[in-house]
Design a protein around this ligand. Structure first.
Ligand SMILES: Nc1nc2c(ncn2[C@@H]2O[C@H](COP(=O)(O)OP(=O)(O)OP(=O)(O)O)[C@@H](O)[C@H]2O)c(=O)[nH]1
Ligand SMILES: [Mg+2]
Length: 429
């Protein structure tokens, strides 16, 4: 709360209710986004429409009303809880005589303030540049006065062309650097997967309590705050699960409905841990009356980043806000845990969460007792050793290696495929 960023901006907020469902946004979430960006809101203008108007997004009369409110309240910015086209933004700006920011621009701004790591910063800048490049024409008259920077212009270029070229160059440079960072991260991930450590990824709607849960599990002291998008870069920690062994827990950026498309693309790389996770802990603020819609929004993003097929366990969080809920495990018709009701803040139900998680992970594990003849022992033993899956080993009188192994089902299948038919004969039980 204390390090909330103060931008000094005073805003008039505009929120339109649509009869058409797809355009639906949440006003209280918008107010939270605005305050997360450090902007103070002076007044909210609401209205209702069937569909957006091409010129101002809102109708002519509503646009005049907004301009009047801006004048009377002394606001220096208008913020829309909706995505505006570049033309709508331009028209509104000349009518209201102040800056107009749409929902996408607002989310980008928050991301820019919050990004911590090198990669996170690059990704946000990339998304911002792409957002700007569709709006560049607007800055043309204003930029014209500054033209003539030595070394900035190619022969015969207009200022707008120069700006476009500079943007393109910058975007290319960022992409190159991101590529390098991604390669480094890839190496880390490969080292982990060679060691066969299962990865658990915390995902969920922004402000659901992922980081609080992450802290609760790891005591790692990760930044948790009542701000939207407090976490922008994935944080990884090694944890130990009884019966499963070591595992990697990843905290990730929060999702939001109508996430700007460029950001989805940009964050896809950061969310790679999520795509390749063995299980997702989908954290839900169960005390939010919109939690069903939030779950759907998270599913949509998971689909966009190709992580929708990863098994998931729902973590219904913040039950301390709910009178009627007790910590418990909820099971599906096959008796498999599908949700756990907890409070990350009060540390209630965490033991149940561990139980459910272990049960889910263990059901993905297989265990075999093998008898391996001397000819194959060297190679097999070193394979198992690398996989860190050996539970115990011994030799019989004939020099056969008796070995107990335990690993993920998928790894066993891969091994069987690679080693061929003779491998099956080694199985005792
Ligand atoms: N009452 C209650 N509040 C909680 C609980 N868990 C988290 N919170 C609060 O919810 C707010 C958001 O928590 P975070 O852990 O930062 O949420 P997050 O999902 O990581 O959010 P982003 O990283 O911004 O997407 C904080 O103010 C937490 O203190 C809980 O079990 N009960
Ligand atoms: Mg967080």
């Amino acid at each position: 709360m204390f390090d909330r960023y103060e931008s000094g901006e005073r805003a008039v907020l505009v929120h339109i209710n649509f009869t058409h469902e797809g355009e639906w946004e949440d006003l209280s979430e918008f107010e939270m986004l605005v305050s997360s960006a450090g902007v103070s809101s002076l007044q909210v203008v609401t209205g209702s429409r069937q569909s957006p108007h091409p010129k101002y997004y809102v109708g002519e009369g509503k646009a005049q009303e907004i301009a009047q409110v801006v004048q009377m309240s002394g606001a220096n910015i208008v913020m829309f809880n909706h995505a505006l086209s570049p033309a709508q933004e331009r028209n509104l700006e000349s009518l209201c005589k102040c800056r107009v920011l749409d929902r996408t621009g607002l989310i980008l701004d928050i991301f820019a303030q919050r990004a911590r790591t090198h990669e996170g910063k690059l990704q946000v800048e990339l998304a911002q540049l792409r957002h700007i490049s569709t709006r560049l024409i607007r800055g043309w008259t204003h930029l014209e006065r500054q033209k003539g920077g030595i070394g900035l212009r190619g022969p015969g270029e207009t200022q707008l062309e120069t700006d476009r070229r500079l943007l393109r160059d910058r975007i290319k440079a960022i992409l190159r650097r991101l590529d390098k960072v991604a390669k480094q991260r890839e190496q880390g991930r490969r080292a982990r997967s060679r060691a066969q450590i299962p990865t658990i990824s915390l995902v969920g709607y922004t402000n659901a309590g992922k980081s609080t849960m992450f802290n609760c599990i790891t005591d790692a002291g990760v930044y948790a705050a009542d701000q939207l998008f407090a976490t922008l870069d994935p944080t990884l920690r090694k944890i130990d699960l009884v019966d499963v062994g070591p595992a990697i827990l990843a905290d990730t950026v929060g999702f939001i409905r109508h996430l700007p498309h460029d950001l989805v693309a940009a964050f896809k790389a950061t969310l790679q841990e999520t795509q390749e996770a063995d299980i997702l802990l989908h954290v839900v603020d169960a005390s939010d009356e919109r939690f069903h819609e939030n779950i759907d929004a998270v599913h949509e993003v998971l689909e966009e980043i190709d992580a929708h097929e990863v098994p998931a366990l729902l973590v219904m969080n913040k039950i301390d806000n709910l009178e009627s809920q007790r910590p418990r495990i909820e099971r599906d018709e096959n008796g498999v845990p599908r949700a756990v009701w907890v409070s990350a803040m009060e540390g209630v139900g965490i033991k149940l969460l561990f139980d459910a998680l272990t049960e889910r992970l263990a059901s993905q594990m297989v265990q075999y007792h093998l008898r391996i003849p001397p000819l194959y022992q060297g190679r097999m033993r070193s394979t198992f050793f690398q996989m860190k899956c050996i539970q115990r080993e011994d030799y019989d009188q004939d020099g056969n290696l008796l070995i107990n192994v335990r690993m993920q089902q998928v790894d066993w299948s891969r091994l069987e495929k690679r080693e061929g038919a003779v491998f099956r004969d080694f199985i005792v039980t």
